[in-house]
Design a protein around this ligand. Structure first.
Ligand SMILES: [Fe+2]
Ligand SMILES: [Fe+2]
Length: 166
């Protein structure tokens, strides 16, 4: 069955969010690299490439359903943050906005009775639980320890290990 135009439109809006997240996280990776937090930089580099795979999942799905994925011109990301706390809170806000976008996609697919899209979106629903979990934990942790340079570098080291799968 052809993709309903409302579903095609909402998935294309989500595409923009995923590509935007790719760039935002690349900007954060650059910020942390310059701040010599190499572990956080590695983490955001990894998140950036994951966001690209999310965007490509949507591109592929729209194509599979005979629709037209519209690739956005993405805005240049911010590479300067006032602090690590600010950067991690921005990441959390991005993930929350992304979850809202996925829920909007889901609501639209349910409204026009499109079970294939509802099913495809389940992966994103689960992924957003994981995404909000790390974003929330990391933001809270950095808020707790940001006054301790030793604590910050220890946490940076740990996050770098997680990013490298160690
Ligand atoms: Fe994503
Ligand atoms: Fe994400």
């Amino acid at each position: 069955m052809a993709l309903h135009k409302d579903v095609e439109a909402v998935l294309n809006r989500q595409l923009v969010k995923e590509f935007d997240a790719e760039m935002v996280y690349l900007g954060m990776a650059i910020y942390f690299d310059k701040e010599l937090y190499k572990g956080f930089a590695a983490w955001f580099r990894k998140q950036s490439s994951e966001e690209r795979t999310h965007a490509m999942r949507l591109v592929d799905y729209i194509l599979d359903r005979g629709g037209n994925p519209i690739i956005p011109a993405v805005a240049a990301p911010k590479i300067d943050y006032g602090s690590a706390v600010e950067a991690f809170n921005a990441a959390l806000a991005h993930e929350q906005a992304n979850t809202a976008g996925i829920y909007e996609c889901l609501a639209t697919a349910q409204k026009v009775n499109d079970p294939a899209t509802v099913e495809m979106l389940q992966w994103f629903v689960k992924e957003q639980v994981e995404e909000e979990k790390w974003a929330e934990e990391y933001a809270r942790m950095v808020e707790k320890i940001h006054n301790s340079i030793g604590g910050m570098y220890q946490f940076d080291h740990r996050v770098g290990k997680v990013a490298r799968g160690e």
